[in-house]
Design a protein around this ligand. Structure first.
Ligand code: NI
Ligand code: MN
Length: 225
């Protein structure tokens, strides 16, 4: 599979069979995104929570390309109420989709829709696609059960917020990598706005100091996993 980074927590996965998943597609109002929402399409849109910088342009993209939204129950209902297709799940549950399997994990954060209604619990997501596993933590503070997530699924990649203020900062993000123990850590949710400025090279140094690997993806970069 291929992983493309649009900055913030926004990623595009293209499977070997050509299916396209978007995770948290925050593009048009994202000053660091190299693309706008009219330049992307999706077969599936995975949302970790309902905040505007994660739900993002999901509905605009869906209006053009009719993807299946995959989210926790309350947020999936919100997508359905807007007239879009959704698969309702919840934390701890996994499901086998055409692209591979997906499991929602806990995340310590909030989740309110742009309309101010409850968006359900915020989540992280563990994906198993084309023989690789990838953990996108969503927006979260550090929690010790990241160790459990890494024990239950041997993780090849972990997408970790480092921007602080709303999520983990670098020190906690390094600890998160130590706990979940992925093959490669990839920083996210930083430098989008002044309040979440962070140096990914500082994160790299911290992670390498505990003997783990980091790939810092540039905004717009695509890598083969
Ligand atoms: Ni958030
Ligand atoms: Mn966020």
């Amino acid at each position: 599979m291929k992983l493309k980074y649009f900055s913030h927590s926004s990623f595009q996965i293209t499977t070997d069979s050509g299916l396209v998943l978007l995770i948290d597609p925050f593009l048009d109002d994202n000053p660091t995104s190299p693309v706008t929402s009219d330049q992307v399409g999706a077969d599936f849109i995975v949302l970790t929570h309902a905040h505007g910088d994660h739900l993002g342009d999901g509905f605009k993209i869906a209006a053009r390309t009719d993807p299946l939204f995959i989210c926790v129950n309350e947020l999936a209902n919100y997508c359905s109420e807007k007239g879009f297709r959704a698969h309702n799940m919840h934390i701890g549950g996994s499901y086998a989709f055409d692209f591979g399997s997906l499991k929602f994990t806990i995340a310590h954060h909030g989740s309110m829709t742009p309309e101010g209604t409850y968006g359900g619990e915020p989540a992280g997501v563990v994906l198993s696609i084309d023989g690789k596993t990838l953990y996108h933590t969503g927006d979260t503070g550090l929690f010790y059960d990241m160790k459990l997530i890494g024990e239950m699924t041997s993780l090849d990649y972990m997408l970790v917020p480092i921007g602080d203020n709303f999520t983990m900062g670098i020190v906690d993000a390094v600890k998160a990598v130590e706990l979940a123990n992925p093959g490669i850590a990839i920083p996210m949710h930083y430098n989008t706005f002044p309040v979440i400025e962070a140096d990914p090279q500082e994160f790299r140094k911290g992670v390498e100091a505990i003997g783990k690997q980091v790939v810092v993806m540039g905004f717009g970069d695509e890598i083969v996993l």
